[in-house]
Structure formats: C-alpha cells, structure tokens
Design a protein around this ligand. Structure first.
Ligand code: CU
Length: 160
C-alpha cells in the first residue's frame, strides 16, 4: 500500500515537471485605451426600474467592454439583443462585448446596449447621466450621457 502511494506521488511530480512552463505572457500594453463618443440614454418610462444607454467605443488595442457602474443605478450591465423563436430578447454579455483594435463599435437601440438596472430615479430627457465603463485591458472611462429621445429615421411615423 505504502509503495503504491509513493509511486503515485512520484508520477504526479513528474507530470508537473513536464507541463509547459513557457506559456506566453499576456501582452502588457501600456497604450491600451478606449475612447467613448456620443453617449446617450433613452428616457425611462414612469416607474421603470431599468433604462437603456448607448455609446460608440473605439479601442486602441483589442479589448472588451465588460461592464461598468453609475451613481444612477444599482447595476450597469452590457446587453445584447437576440431573436429567439421570432421574439426579440435581451441577454447580458457575460464575457463582455469585443472591441477590435481601431474599430468603432456602436451600441444602439435594437442592438447591444448598456442596461441600467435598479434606477435610483427615472431618466428624464434633458438631464445628463455619468456612466463609468470598464474594460478587460484599458483603464475605465467615464462619459456624460445625455438623456434624450432616439433620433432615428422613421420615429415620427412610429408615433402616429
Ligand atoms: Cu438590456
């Protein structure tokens, strides 16, 4: 019994020694940065506990938008819209939203968006909401999002 045990330990030690120790180190890039433009939020309907915000992000190096925070809500999540059985549903992007280097990634109504969950007060058109966005590599960015109605073509007709 004792012999078997020590053999097993020896085998384990050998395995550990043989495992590749030359894993590539993560690229420590000091230039990792994300610029945020055109941040805005939709006014939240009366009594709604959640609100949608949108922004255009451009990362200097490959990165991911992982989440964020705002003093206006308990949580700020990154959501995607997907169609399931003909129904539009939204889901949290738990792995974050990929931001390829140098490419402007737009979050917009009907697509990826920032979800404010547990609003402290309704988002009212005309006010400004600070949003702090967090990334996998780049330092966090705080933007001032203007609360306004969407200005998409066709919106006037939708109001009829
Ligand atoms: Cu959402």
């Amino acid at each position: 019994m004792k012999t078997h045990l020590s053999l097993a330990v020896a085998a384990l030690a050998l395995t550990a020694c043989n495992s590749p120790a030359d894993k590539p180190a993560p690229a420590a890039d000091a230039t990792a940065a994300v610029t945020a433009a055109d941040a805005w939020c939709r006014p939240s309907p009366n009594g709604a506990k959640a609100g949608g915000c949108y922004v255009t992000l451009t990362a200097a190096t490959d990165d991911r938008l992982t989440g964020g925070s705002t003093p206006r809500a308990a949580e700020l999540q990154v959501h995607e819209m997907k169609t399931e059985n003909g129904m539009m549903k939204m889901a949290q992007l738990t792995e974050g939203l990929p931001l390829p280097a140098g490419q402007a990634v737009g979050l917009a109504p009907g697509g990826n968006h920032l979800m404010l969950i547990g609003l402290t007060a309704p988002l009212v058109a005309g006010e400004t909401v600070p949003l702090t966005l967090k990334f996998a590599s780049a330092p966090e960015v705080t933007v001032q999002a203007a609360v306004r109605q969407p200005t998409m073509a066709g919106m006037d007709h939708a109001a009829h």
